[in-house]
Design a protein around this ligand. Structure first.
Ligand code: FES
Length: 229
């Protein structure tokens, strides 16, 4: 379905924030397929939801190829096609909760932060901090790292009952490894490459202890103890 862009701005680290007008409903950690072109590139782009507000939905996306480059050129009132929401998002949890995001992996965690009270948030960046003012409004504590220092250097995962994470696979794998043999439970959101986004093409297959799964349909969020990173 076609919608109108409300705003689309560069926020740093090759990432843009886009807000689209409409009445949307989705669960935290789900994604939409975005498209603002006719034939080329062939595929729509799967983008995690950043936030849903009364007047629209927003996304954070990184420019990585032709599709996201076209998205980055959109202006207010331009048309954009959204399909979704798709996928299985994060399960709501209670207790001592940490959200851990790296790079564009911070995107789905803002909606999570608004739905889980008193969570701590750990955000890792390559060159500069972005969007942290939003997280500071809704999290108990926000910790950040930039450059050579990594989020996994400053978090003690055992301090938490649950960790909800999204970001580079090595970061998520390290967090899962750091909590092995403890009671801390982890939900990871995979950023596997996708094509159809609907469970039809198998491009996004990931491995779990119970066999191969489709990241787009069975995930993108999986329990850390099940998924093989
Ligand atoms: Fe096609 Fe997941 S992207 S099956």
């Amino acid at each position: 379905m076609d919608y109108k862009v409300i705003e689309n701005r560069y926020v740093g680290e090759d990432m843009y924030y886009i807000k689209i007008a409409g009445d949307f409903d989705a669960k935290m950690g789900q994604f939409f397929m975005l498209r603002a072109w006719d034939n080329y590139p062939l595929l729509s782009r799967p983008i995690s939801i950043y936030n849903i507000e009364e007047d629209g939905i927003s996304f954070l996306y990184k420019v990585v190829g032709e599709g996201t480059k076209i998205l980055s050129k959109l202006d207010k009132d331009d048309d954009i096609n959204l399909q979704g929401p798709y996928g299985n998002g994060y399960e709501k949890v209670k207790g001592r909760v940490a959200l851990v995001g790296g790079g564009v992996g911070i995107a789905p965690l803002y909606m999570v932060a608004q739905n889980i009270e008193n969570c701590d948030c750990y955000l890792g960046f390559r060159e500069e901090e972005i969007m942290i003012e939003d997280f500071e409004k809704v999290c108990k504590n926000v910790y950040t790292t930039v450059g050579d220092k990594f989020i996994t250097d400053i978090i003690n995962p055992k301090d938490y009952d649950y960790i909800l994470t999204c970001g580079p696979t090595p970061m998520m794998k390290k967090i899962v490894d750091m909590t092995k043999g403890t009671d801390t439970k982890i939900q990871v959101s995979l950023e596997n490459r996708m094509a159809c986004g609907l469970g039809a093409c198998l491009v996004c297959t990931c491995k779990t202890k119970s066999g191969n799964k489709k990241t787009c349909k069975d995930g993108p969020v999986f329990w850390g103890e099940d998924v093989i990173l």
